[in-house]
Design a protein around this ligand. Structure first.
Ligand SMILES: O=C1O[C@H](COP(=O)(O)O)[C@@H](O)[C@H](O)[C@H]1O
Length: 239
């Protein structure tokens, strides 16, 4: 596990975007079509804008990448709360990524239940034949949650499934679809992006000893590499 600590969020997203695009360039050079997991949360928009700004000089063919999200809020498609919103508006649509490469969990005005949305998202993953994710990007909640896997929440304990419907999320909105712990861990590379002192305790907990139940982000690791991109405030609890 590596920590890359920066003075501010601008430097953080510049480094994270360069790392991300380099991973994609390598995957494509090695003949893979990379499948990527994007995050929601407060870091999403600055990160996506930086990737969009620098993609054209990276050597990555952005139309030959498959795009997923680690979790999605079960709200109407036009809601500002949808996690996919920034990824679509700040990154994928400006770059003209083909619709068939973009995989979004169903919204609450498209299917009747969050169970159905979770099932359909799992079906999409299976149908795409993705053997593993190339890169998975995550934020972290102040409580240590990752994607929509919350501390001591039953949905975080689900195994042998790709996705899980989440009810009674402690953070609104209450219904969500999340990749499971096992699906999150099936990535070559994992990157956490966290900025601000509101994240310092969670970042320190995720680096510490203890159970994944109390800090779900603690247990998520990439098969090859796990990198934490932090600003100084988010890193302030690390020794
Ligand atoms: O609800 C969520 O929260 C986390 C963290 O978001 P932040 O706004 O506190 O940075 C995010 O990573 C996750 O995707 C999202 O659904």
């Amino acid at each position: 596990m590596t920590d890359r600590v920066h003075d501010d969020v601008t430097a953080l997203v510049e480094d994270a975007a360069a790392w991300f695009l380099a991973r994609l360039a390598t995957a494509q050079a090695e003949g893979r079509v990379p499948h990527v997991v994007l995050t929601g949360g407060s870091i999403a928009a600055p990160f996506h804008r930086e990737v969009a700004r620098t993609a054209s000089t990276s050597g990555v063919d952005m139309s030959r990448v498959d795009w997923w999200w680690g979790d999605e809020r079960f709200v109407p498609a036009d809601s500002d709360e949808r996690n996919c919103r920034s990824g679509l508006e700040d990154l994928l649509h400006p770059l003209g990524v083909p619709a068939e490469r973009i995989h979004v969990a169903a919204a609450s005005d498209a299917v009747a239940t969050v169970e159905e949305a979770a099932q359909r998202y799992a079906d999409q993953i299976r149908a795409s034949g993705v053997p593993e994710f190339e890169v998975a990007l995550f934020g972290i909640g102040p409580d240590g949650h990752v994607a929509s896997l919350f501390p001591h929440h039953p949905a975080a304990a689900i195994r042998h499934a790709l996705t899980v419907p989440v009810h009674d999320s402690p953070k609104p909105p209450p219904q969500r679809v999340s990749l499971t712990y096992e699906a999150l861990a099936s990535s070559r590379a994992v990157a956490f992006l966290a900025a601000g002192d509101g994240k310092a305790d969670a970042v320190a907990a995720a680096h510490g000893e203890g159970s994944w139940e109390e800090c779900p982000a603690r247990g998520v690791r990439g098969r090859d590499e796990t990198v934490w991109f932090l600003d100084a405030a988010a890193a302030s609890g690390l020794t």
